[in-house]
Write a protein that binds this ligand. Structure first.
Ligand code: ZN
Length: 453
C-alpha cells in the first residue's frame, strides 16, 4: 500500500486540500480530503492523462525537417519523404530504444499511458520478420522497461492511395492484407499481454486513403469494443482525394459508413465543415488532437469551440513526437483558437478556467481513447497520477484552477515532480527512474541513423 498526501488535489468533485490518497495493486484504493499529513507529501496532485496518439520512431527525426526541400513550398508531403528515407534503415533494436526514450519523455511530461499507433511492421525490404509482430513486441518491451501504460494499436496499411495503387518504396514496411494483419494483430496482442494488466490492444486502419472500405468495416468488428483509431481529415489534399474518389468528404464518409461511437478516436479532424464538426462531436467519438505536430506540419486549426459546444470529447496526442510537452500541447490548442478568432481564454467556460477545462477534457478523453479505466482521482481507477511542485515560483499564491493555468500558460513540464502509471512510480524528482540507461541506449541507436540521412 502506497500512501500520498497532497496540498491540493483535483478530484471529480473539484479542488480539495490536504488530500490523502492510497494506492494498492496499481489502483486508487481511497481518497480522503481534509486529512492530517501522512505518507509521502506531494504538491498538486492531478490525474495523469493518456497520450492518445504517437508514432514513436518519428521522435528520432525531430529537428531534421526544418530546412527548405526541393519543392518551392515545403509541406507535409516533403516531410513524409524524409520519413520514408529514415525508414530505409531502422532496425528492431533501434525501434525499441527510440520507443523507450519517447515513453520516458511522456512520463516525465505527465502522461501515464502511450497509445501507440503502430504501422512499422516489416523489415526495410518490406519482408515480414520471422515473428510477424516483431516490432510490436519491441514497443511492448519498451513499455515494460519504462513502466508506462501501453495501448498498442497495430495499424492496417494496404495501399498508397484511394485509387488502391501499390505502396511506394517508402511504405513497404507498413503493408499487410487483411489476412496477414489478423495474424499480426493476434501476435501483437499476446506481446502486449506480458506488459501489465493495465495495458491493452486496439485496432487502427491507417486512414481512408490506405485501407479499402470493406476492410475498414472488418476492422471495426475486430476491435470488439476496444479502441478503434484512424487518421481523419488532416490535410486539404487528403480531403480532395477522398472527395474525388468517393463523392464524399472524409468525415461525411465516416459518418455514413462507420457508425462512429465512443469506442472510436479520429486523429486530427482538422479539415471539417461546421456541420461535420457538430455531427462527429455528437457521435461520442474522441477527437485525437496533436496541436504541436499539427502546427509543425501546417495542417490547419481544429474547430475546438464548435466541437466543445456540441459536447465533443477530445484527447491529446503527440503524433510525430517532435516535442513531448503536455502543457504546451494544451496551450497550443487554446492559442490556435485565439489566433483564429482574435479572442482570449477561448475554451474557458463560466465555471472552468481555460487550463481546467482543457486538462479535464484531456484526462477524460485520453482514458476513453486509450480504453483505460483512468482519468480521475477516484477509488477503483488505475492510479495514473502526476504531481506538480507546489513550491514552484510560478505557482506562488495560486489556488484552484489558477494552479493549472499557471502550469499550462506560464510554466512547462519541468514543474512535474512525480508520475505514477497504474501505481508504478516512474518519475521521481522530475526524472524517470531509469533516465540514464534509456538516454544512453537512445544515443547509441540514433547516431548511425542521423549520420546516414
Ligand atoms: Zn499520426
Amino acid at each position: 500500500m502506497t500512501e500520498l498526501w497532497a496540498d491540493w488535489a483535483l478530484l471529480p468533485t473539484g479542488w480539495a486540500r490536504d488530500v490523502r490518497v492510497t494506492l494498492a495493486a496499481g489502483r486508487i484504493a481511497s481518497v480522503m480530503a481534509g486529512s492530517a499529513p501522512s505518507g509521502t507529501r506531494v504538491g498538486v496532485l492531478l490525474p495523469a492523462p493518456a497520450n492518445a496518439h504517437s508514432h514513436a520512431f518519428q521522435r528520432a527525426m525531430a529537428g531534421l525537417t526544418e530546412g527548405r526541400g526541393p519543392n518551392p513550398r515545403d509541406s507535409f508531403w516533403t516531410w513524409r519523404q524524409l520519413m520514408f528515407r529514415f525508414l530505409d534503415q531502422l532496425n528492431p533494436d533501434q525501434i525499441q530504444a527510440i520507443a523507450a526514450f519517447v515513453q520516458m519523455e511522456m512520463l516525465e511530461a505527465g502522461y501515464a499511458c502511450n497509445v501507440e499507433f503502430h504501422y512499422l511492421h516489416h523489415d526495410p525490404g518490406g519482408v515480414p520478420y520471422a515473428d510477424l509482430a516483431e516490432t510490436s513486441g519491441r514497443i511492448a518491451a519498451a513499455a515494460s522497461q519504462t513502466g508506462i501504460g501501453l495501448t498498442l494499436l497495430p495499424v492496417l496499411y494496404q495501399f498508397g492511395g484511394l485509387d488502391q495503387r501499390p505502396l511506394a518504396p517508402g511504405q513497404i514496411r507498413f503493408g499487410n492484407d487483411l489476412g496477414r494483419f489478423t495474424a499480426l494483430h493476434a501476435a501483437a496482442k499476446a506481446a502486449v499481454s506480458t506488459v501489465g494488466p493495465d495495458s491493452c490492444t486496439g485496432v487502427a486502419p491507417h486512414s481512408l486513403r490506405a485501407v479499402q472500405p470493406k476492410d475498414l468495416l472488418a476492422l471495426r468488428g475486430m476491435a470488439d469494443g476496444g479502441p478503434f483509431h484512424m487518421h481523419l481529415a488532416e490535410q486539404v489534399a487528403e480531403v480532395e482525394e477522398v472527395q474525388a474518389q468517393t463523392g464524399q468528404r472524409p468525415v461525411e464518409w465516416v459518418l455514413s459508413h462507420l457508425a462512429p461511437g465512443p469506442d472510436c478516436c479520429f486523429i486530427h479532424c482538422t479539415q471539417m465543415l461546421p456541420t461535420e464538426t457538430e455531427a462527429l462531436a455528437r457521435s461520442g467519438a474522441v477527437a485525437g488532437l496533436c496541436p504541436i505536430t499539427e502546427s509543425s506540419l501546417g495542417d490547419g486549426i481544429f474547430d475546438g469551440l464548435r466541437w466543445f459546444d456540441a459536447g465533443g470529447v477530445m484527447a491529446i496526442g503527440s503524433d510525430s513526437n517532435i516535442r513531448i510537452a503536455l502543457a504546451e500541447e494544451l496551450r497550443t490548442l487554446d492559442y490556435s483558437q485565439r489566433l483564429r478568432d482574435h479572442s482570449r481564454a477561448a475554451l474557458a467556460t463560466s465555471d472552468l478556467s481555460t487550463g481546467r477545462r482543457l486538462f479535464q477534457a484531456a484526462c477524460a478523453g485520453g482514458a476513453q481513447a486509450a480504453g483505460r479505466h483512468s482519468g480521475q482521482i477516484a477509488p477503483g481507477l488505475w492510479a495514473d497520477l502526476m504531481a506538480l511542485e507546489a513550491d514552484h515560483v510560478d505557482l506562488a499564491g495560486r489556488q484552484g484552477d489558477r494552479l493549472l493555468d499557471a502550469w499550462i500558460f506560464a510554466g512547462d513540464d519541468r514543474m512535474v515532480t512525480d508520475v505514477w502509471s497504474a501505481g508504478r512510480h516512474m518519475v521521481q524528482g522530475g526524472r524517470h527512474v531509469a533516465r540514464a540507461q534509456i538516454v544512453a541506449a537512445y544515443r547509441r541507436a540514433v547516431a548511425p541513423l542521423i549520420s546516414a540521412l
